[in-house]
Design a protein around this ligand. Structure first.
Ligand SMILES: CCCCCC/C=C\CCCCCCCC(=O)NCCO
Length: 660
């Protein structure tokens, strides 16, 4: 989505609105003035007194200017000041008239937005109902049998013709429809799925690596005939996508059957999963809690076992956070390994050269991720997108038996992990130790500066202008209202608010993040930021090399699935994932445990110095029993195979522990 696609009118409207809203109080003050402008002086004086001595100087300048201005107007003789009512009436009428116009245009605009959203909702609902009515009938015993297969088993049966692709599709469609009624992860079913499945059932196609495997796809992936909105209804205006994106083409070429498109948060830059078009998705383990985001629909559908392989994307944790909250596996590849032409990042305002999003697979075991990566890293994809480095899957690295030297950390130095998360890491490390790997403590560098000074500044380098402009023609989801509202203020007020928030939250990061979202300023500042990112990567790499590490294992996130609507108070946790986007290191998640009653009791000792910690204490001391915990496995750039190997080692190590 390019800037040019943002209608000029919307942007002008937004700018005018802001200008007007912030100047009108002054206009009204003028309207309330007597002929000498006394009232203005009085009001300004009292305001200035409140702000303090420093502002008095400013007051003198301003009030002198006003007096001069009014005197000047009187001198011109445009109106008779003895009856100065006229001036006030004129100004008041202009202000009220403009407000009425604004109100009218707001109501008119809202009606259009709501109509656009309703139209899309109706079409999605119709599509779901259509599938419910016309779903291929498969006996329930057969459905259960298919759903109980793991990926390898399902693929083997499909290949042998013991299960047809049409049956597999129907089984997952049935399960998805049932689970969707409780979790709302579906955006819409893929209408062509049945035709694709029938094609897979041709004998000549059975050898394709993913033949007949039903796959779920995040809404932002380009698919011919479908909208990719990232939860922004304004993007519905541009119609459906004309051509499949690279990964969808590759998946179809390999025989996979995309069967549903799944939900995302509005704007895809938060880890709530709610937007005004498709609504709110909830967590399969606890319906009062969220599935994470932005690939939240994928997290929920996989967590509910209604999909066997899903595809999401990640620029700050959007594959890893939902995996962690929903207890599923994922791989966030190095940005570039799978290219950048598969999914909509309405993020084009967010797509910059420093920190890039990447598509990636999500699944219910490591083997599926391995098979998915092996399959898609194929000549067909390298030809389709020559910008993707033609590096096939390195089986040798994945299958190597060499003992590994693995770094680990329990805290990144900012938000402390809750006890359940710490215990999850304990278990992963113990499993690795039992498998004779060497463990080395690793201290991560300053994540506070990394998050606000590098991640936020890069992602919102334009002062969030591009994304915020889109809201001039859209509704705002309650999960992000606060942040959108804040951006309606002039920058100097936002800056002021950021300092207040540091003071209120006792947390430097909150204020720093707010200021970072005001953008970098100039090209020179952007170059400086580029230099800082390069420097950060260099020094991190050096630390890694000094310790001669093969990989790092650490918490994916400091807490588990939060109640829906609570993410806005908990953003701080995101340093654990954004670190590896800033570094552009591949990282994957492995579920290791679930929160226990003992973990919940241990929350009594959780710190509560910063606001974010107080909220964590509030939201995770109870009602978290049974929620999944994963660990994050990290490798050097382009070493996805090493990450997957470590993930497999963790999976095996934890399984051994549970058996013993
Ligand atoms: C208007 C909403 C802006 C919220 C700004 C909060 C600032 C930083 C938090 C970053 C949270 C990142 C969540 C994950 C984003 C992600 O990976 N998206 C994937 C897009 O493909």
């Amino acid at each position: 989505m390019s800037y040019s696609r943002q209608s000029l009118m919307c942007r002008c409207y937004g700018a005018m609105k802001k200008c007007f809203v912030f100047t009108s109080p002054f206009l009204l003050l003028i309207a309330g003035a007597d002929k000498d402008g006394n009232l203005i002086q009085q009001k300004l004086h009292s305001i200035c007194c409140m702000v303090g001595e420093g502002c008095k100087y400013l007051y003198d300048v301003i009030s002198d200017t006003f007096s001069w201005g009014i005197q000047h107007v009187q001198d011109t003789g445009i109106f008779d000041c003895n009856g100065n009512l006229e001036l006030r009436v004129i100004i008041a009428s202009v202000v009220l008239g403009a407000y009425s116009l604004l109100l009218f245009s707001y109501v008119w605009k809202s009606r259009n937005i709501r109509a656009r959203i309703r139209l899309k909702q109706d079409s999605c609902r119709a599509s779901i109902n259509d599938l419910k009515k016309n779903i291929i009938q498969v006996p329930s015993k057969r459905v259960e049998e298919i759903l109980s297969c793991n990926f390898q088993e399902l693929r083997r049966r499909l290949k042998k013709g013991e299960v047809t692709a049409t049956e597999a599709l129907a089984a997952f469609q049935q399960k998805a429809l049932t689970e969707n009624d409780r979790l709302n992860f579906l955006v819409e079913p893929v209408k062509e799925a049945e035709d694709l499945a029938k094609d897979c059932d041709q004998k000549t196609n059975r050898d394709r690596p993913l033949n007949g495997i039903p796959v779920s796809i995040k809404e932002n992936y380009f698919m011919e005939g479908y909208h990719s909105t990232g939860g922004m209804s304004t993007l519905l205006k541009y119609g459906t996508v004309k051509e499949d994106g690279v990964l969808v083409k590759v998946l179809k070429h390999l025989g996979a059957v995309p069967f549903v498109r799944t939900n995302i948060p509005q704007l895809m830059m938060t880890f709530e999963c709610s937007n005004p078009i498709y609504g709110c998705t909830v967590n399969p383990y606890n319906l009062k809690r969220g599935p994470g985001g932005s690939s939240g629909g994928e997290g929920a559908i996989l967590g509910a076992e209604a999909s066997i392989l899903g595809w999401g994307s990640d620029i700050g944790g959007s594959l890893r956070i939902p995996s962690h909250f929903c207890g599923v596996y994922c791989l966030k590849p190095t940005a570039g390994r799978l290219g950048s032409k598969s999914n909509e990042e309405l993020d084009e305002g967010l797509v910059q050269s420093l920190i890039n999003p990447t598509p990636g697979p999500m699944a219910r075991d490591v083997d599926t991720l391995v098979e998915a990566m092996k399959a898609v890293l194929c000549p067909f994809m390298f030809e389709l997108d020559p910008e993707i480095p033609p590096i096939p899957f390195n089986t040798e690295v994945y299958e190597s038996k060499k003992k590994l030297r693995i770094g680990y950390y329990y805290s990144d130095g900012y938000v402390t992990c809750i006890p359940g998360v710490k215990r999850g890491l304990d278990e992963a490390l113990e499993g690795l130790k039992n498998r004779k790997h060497e463990l080395v403590e690793f201290v991560v560098p300053d994540v506070r500066a990394m998050f606000s000074e590098l991640f936020c500044k890069a992602c919102f380098g334009d002062g969030s202008e591009h994304v915020m402009n889109m809201f001039n023609d859209d509704m705002v989801d309650p999960t992000i209202t606060l942040i959108v509202l804040m951006h309606q203020f002039p920058k100097f007020i936002q800056k002021y608010l950021s300092y207040i928030s540091t003071w209120v939250t006792n947390d430097r990061v909150t204020g720093e993040q707010m200021r970072a979202m005001l953008g970098v300023g100039s090209v020179t500042d952007w170059w400086e930021l580029t230099g800082k990112v390069i420097e950060f990567r260099k020094s991190f790499l050096q630390k890694w090399k000094d310790l001669e590490l093969d990989a790092v294992v650490c918490p994916t996130f400091p807490y588990v699935a939060p109640p829906t609507g609570a993410v806005k108070y908990l953003i701080g946790g995101v340093t654990y994932t954004t670190l590896y986007n800033v570094l552009n290191f591949p990282a994957g998640c492995v579920p290791v445990t679930k929160v226990t009653a003992v973990d919940q009791i241990a929350m009594q000792d959780y710190p509560s110095n910063m606001a974010v910690e107080k909220f964590i204490k509030k939201y995770f001391s109870a009602d978290t029993g049974g929620l999944p915990v994963t660990v994050q496995c990290v490798g050097l750039p382009y070493q996805e195979e090493m990450v997957l190997r470590v993930m497999k080692e963790v999976e095996l190590g934890v399984a051994d522990l549970k058996q013993s």
